[in-house]
Design a protein around this ligand. Structure first.
Ligand code: SF4
Ligand code: SF4
Length: 346
């Protein structure tokens, strides 16, 4: 562990900018969002506020992205690759739950047989600087999925614990280690006092997550609930707005669409949502998920059963965004308590 004076954080940001485009939390229209760092002094208020309103996934998997363009005439068809030339992102101040969610995106887009090349290129060069949560929101439940809200995560490169006047920096990958080595003149070794503060902060933050149901054998339990009346009850309340999936750091479904003007056209990829009625509608009109009941059931089972069966991890990191923003107050943590027959004080 190393110590960096908080008022010297610019040295860390400047070194990180050698690696790619740096993004960090900023306050914009009363909302905390990841925005490009332009070399100015970072906002500690934005870094210390709760998690960003939107996750950082669009820095690796943009909401809309050109795949290719074409020009056609009666004799020829020319196709121009839409491969972006942007440098991989450095995501500074990402919270542990959101950094853990990138592991889920990796499992889908870095599939051995069918890697998604633009995601792979960005992800390969990306650097994640995780920022320990020092307080949590009522809707946070990341410990359900084994995530320590103030601790480092496997996908990170450098982990920062904010002790007000000082930042404790831990390298959590070889690249992170090299970056900290390069900053040696600005860093000091963390003494026992700083390490004790980090340990007690981690414990206090973990304990402050008051509502984190145990996952236990959740996937196995859900495997027997396909026809349960709970889906009808939730579907009755759900508006099908898709906010839960757009805000979710682990949701990764997309559609391919196109526009043509005269002899030119473009094919593009854009986020899609399994909560929309046409998500599974086929060209002939058949729809295997014709009502909200099937769509709500799919959303929950995909995250908490199918993803776990396929990849060995749940497809949720307990960030709580879908709970905060669902207009129908559909709460995935409550759902887990209900399924497990536990109450919220367990
Ligand atoms: S945010 Fe709530 S109401 Fe909207 S689709 Fe998701 S579960 Fe349904
Ligand atoms: S399902 Fe909800 S709580 Fe889980 S990762 Fe997605 S937005 Fe966060």
């Amino acid at each position: 562990m190393k110590l960096l004076r908080t008022d010297e954080m610019m040295h860390l940001l400047q070194r990180l900018s050698d690696e790619g485009r740096v993004f960090l939390p900023r306050l914009e229209d009363e909302t905390i969002l990841f925005r490009r760092w332009e070399g100015d002094s970072p906002s500690l208020d934005a870094l210390r506020a709760g998690n960003t309103a939107l996750p950082a996934k669009d820095l690796l998997f943009p909401q809309t992205e050109e795949v290719f363009r074409f020009v056609a005439n009666a004799q020829n068809l020319a196709i121009m690759s839409g491969e972006p030339d942007d440098a991989p992102p450095v995501i500074f101040g990402i919270r542990p739950c959101d950094a853990a969610s990138i592991q889920m995106l990796d499992r889908v887009f870095l599939d051995e047989d069918f890697p998604e090349t633009t995601y792979a290129r960005r992800r390969d060069g990306a650097i994640l600087v995780t920022w320990a949560c020092t307080d949590v929101q009522d809707t946070c439940f990341c410990p359900t999925f084994g995530i320590d809200p103030a601790g480092p995560v496997q996908t990170g490169d450098i982990h920062v614990t904010d002790l007000d006047d000082e930042l404790v920096l831990e390298a959590t990958s070889d690249r992170g280690g090299t970056i900290l080595d390069d900053l040696a003149e600005h860093l000091t070794d963390a003494d026992q006092g700083a390490q004790d503060k980090v340990d007690s902060l981690r414990e206090a933050v973990r304990e402050s997550v008051v509502s984190a149901p145990a996952a236990d054998d959740l996937a196995e339990t859900l495997a027997g609930m396909h026809e349960d009346p709970i889906w009808e009850e939730m579907a009755f309340r759900c508006l099908g707005c898709g906010a839960c999936t757009y805000l979710c750091p682990t949701c990764h479904c997309y559609d391919l669409d196109g526009e043509t003007r005269g002899t030119e056209g473009v094919r593009f990829r854009c986020w899609d949502s399994c909560m929309f009625s046409d998500f599974t509608r086929m060209a002939g009109g058949e729809n295997p998920r014709p009502t909200k009941r099937e769509r709500v059931r799919n959303r929950f089972l995909h995250k908490l059963q199918y993803f776990s069966e396929k990849h060995g991890v749940y497809g949720c990191v307990g960030c709580g965004r879908c709970i905060t923003h669902c207009p129908a107050c559909i709460d995935i943590a409550d759902f887990i308590y209900t399924v497990r027959g536990a109450d919220c004080d367990e």
